[in-house]
Write a protein that binds this ligand. Structure first.
Ligand SMILES: [Zn+2]
Length: 594
């Protein structure tokens, strides 16, 4: 297996790079007097201008890409992908490849080094000619971060128009270690939407000018070395980056803001569209402002950069791999035990931010090994624990906790089934589930509903999507195939009927403590099946009303003296093929019995 190179091997790689002809008059600096460090240094000419480029093989090479250096760093101007290493040396680092997803052919180290050098030189050519100028806008966040300064957290979806936003200052911590956080929002009352523990009321608030820049604007970031922009430079930058006609809007808004305030600092937040989509937010703060806004002739004593950290829903949700399109959907989860608890959390993590949870049960210590909530929440109703857990951990979520039996909640009108975009039922109680199925069908356009349950001893789990008005429902599973057949056993089941006098439940201390044995992984796997199906229903990807099942190892179940059904022994492909075969034409709810 190839590892780090021997010194002979490194030598050969460097000789091959030198022989490639990419660098003129290549030489091996001895490291004593050279201005440009590197294992091999040579001259390049780009766009008529000359500079020196060095290649450096790190100790881990070829497991790590070689470093490419440019001297002087601004030989071709301030161009994308070249950053000065420090203030003194004048050396720049050429960022020729972001390493994510790149597989290095470590068995051909010389070819790798030559390819790296070629890519670096291409970047210099693109930079010198201005071809990759848009890359500044693409990587603006990184450039701005280098400018430093205070930060403000944006908790509002960035508007598409010129406006002013609230800058709300929250102070906490201790006297010895005070903490100050600034939030950018429409208004102070937006803060609890981001974090339920924050109350915007009574917090010091001022206004910041918000200016969206033109799509396709390709400004240059502030120089990486040397002083930050002056007020004049900020004005010039803005003037060159605004869409036609917008300057008068900005001016009007800025004037209006200054008429209402005598504040001595003015924060301006810009939104710069990225060529690849989305936008980068960044701020400039003027200090010592007198009279007019410093963008329009007012005097100020200084300008500093401000980092705007995007914490808004439209950014955070997709950034975390969730679906922004789901963020305005409402879901009802009925039953918040081992399966339902995971469903509630996973739905929120998928981006369904508005949840109603229904369950009257209190979390007991006996539950904690297979419930998504741990010991911290024992003694509380499961819905209360989930409410706190989800709202605390996931920004922008709203959890309505209904700590009562679902039939009572529906009867009292506390829960109205038709108000939701998705219902997930994880009660593990077929009688109530059959009743809910019938109620959902009585709604003209009832929401898509996933019924889900886990089998004993980890032999599997199921998720059934029911779409009221379309064939296939929970009652179908309990509809006997012929009028004379015995009713009321679930035809999806993997567990065969228990021997006479026995049940799947295990009693630890008498019949009061009967529980169904299955593990946390079984509950989670079932929950994931149900959540994926529910999300497919919400996004319209699922066009059928399928019964989906996962099959687990039956050995523990069989050792306990039980047997699995023929359905459990089918292949996974067979089950998938028969995903809608459960639909019964004799079903009293959805059937079309002539
Ligand atoms: Zn049916």
């Amino acid at each position: 297996m190839p590892g780090p190179l021997t010194s002979d091997e490194r030598e050969r790689v460097l000789q091959d790079v030198a022989a490639s002809g990419l660098l003129r008059s290549p030489l091996r600096p001895d490291g004593t007097g050279g201005i440009l460090a590197g294992d091999l240094v040579g001259r390049v000419t780009v766009g008529g201008r000359e500079a020196r480029v060095g290649i450096m093989l790190e100790a881990r090479f070829p497991l790590a890409l070689p470093r490419l250096l440019l001297y002087p760093w601004d030989a071709f101007g301030h161009i994308p992908h070249v950053d000065p290493v420090d203030e003194e040396s004048g050396v720049g680092l050429i960022c020729y490849q972001d390493s994510e997803g790149i597989i290095l052919d470590r068995r051909r180290p010389a070819a790798l080094a030559i390819e790296a050098l070629r890519r670096g030189l291409d970047l210099l050519a693109d930079g010198a000619s201005g071809r990759n100028r848009a890359d500044f806008a693409e990587e603006w966040e990184a450039h701005w971060a280098r400018a430093g300064g205070d930060s403000v957290r944006c908790v509002v979806d960035p508007p598409g128009r010129v406006t002013d936003l609230a800058v709300v200052t929250w102070r906490g911590g201790t006297a010895g270690e005070p903490v100050e956080v600034r939030y950018l929002a429409e208004r102070a009352s937006d803060l609890p939407g981001y974090d339920k523990s924050l109350s915007g009321e009574g917090l010091p608030t001022r206004r910041a000018l918000y200016v969206p820049l033109a799509a396709g604007a390709t400004p240059s970031p502030p120089p990486p070395l040397g002083p930050f922009w002056t007020a004049e430079e900020v004005c010039a930058f803005m003037g060159a980056s605004l869409p036609g006609g917008r300057l008068s809007h900005v001016k009007k808004r800025a004037r209006r803001m200054r008429r209402r305030t005598t504040q001595e600092t003015e924060l301006v937040v810009f939104s710069l569209p990225r060529p690849s989509g989305g936008a980068t937010l960044f701020g400039v703060e003027f200090a010592g402002v007198q009279a007019d806004h410093p963008l329009f002739g007012g005097r100020c004593s200084g300008v500093r950069p401000v980092q705007v950290l995007r914490r808004d829903c439209a950014y955070l949700v997709p950034r975390g791999g969730a679906d922004d399109a789901l963020s305005r959907k409402r879901a009802l989860v009925v039953g918040c035990g081992a399966v339902g608890g995971h469903i509630a959390v996973q739905l929120a993590r998928a981006g369904v931010l508005d949840l109603t949870l229904v369950d009257p049960d209190v979390l007991r210590e006996e539950n904690v090994y297979r419930h998504v909530l741990g010991k911290t929440y024992c003694g509380y109703k499961k819905v209360i624990g989930l409410n706190v857990h989800i709202e605390r951990e996931l920004p922008y979520t709203t959890v309505d906790a209904v700590g009562e039996n679902v039939l009572d909640a529906v009867a009292s009108g506390r829960v109205v089934l038709a108000d939701y975009d998705l219902v997930v039922v994880a009660l593990g109680s077929p009688t109530v589930e059959l009743d809910l199925n019938e109620r959902l069908w009585s709604e003209k356009h009832g929401p898509p509903t996933v019924f889900t349950w886990v089998e004993p001893y980890g032999i599997g789990g199921h998720a059934l999507l029911v779409r009221p008005g379309e064939r296939g429902c929970f009652e179908c599973l309990y509809t006997p195939p012929a009028p004379s057949a015995a009713p009321l056993s679930n035809r999806a089941a993997f567990a065969g009927p228990p021997p006479p006098g026995r049940s799947y439940g295990k009693a630890l201390s008498g019949c009061g403590s009967l529980f169904t044995p299955y593990g946390s992984a079984d509950a989670l796997q079932t929950a994931l099946l149900a959540v994926r199906l529910g999300v497919r229903a919400l996004t319209g990807v699922e066009g059928e009303s399928p019964l989906l099942s996962w099959q687990g190892d039956p050995s523990a179940f069989e050792e306990a003296g039980f047997s699995v059904t023929a359905r459990h022994r089918r292949s996974a492909a067979g089950l998938e093929e028969q995903r809608c075969a459960y639909v019964s034409s004799r079903c009293p709810i959805c059937g079309v019995e002539p």
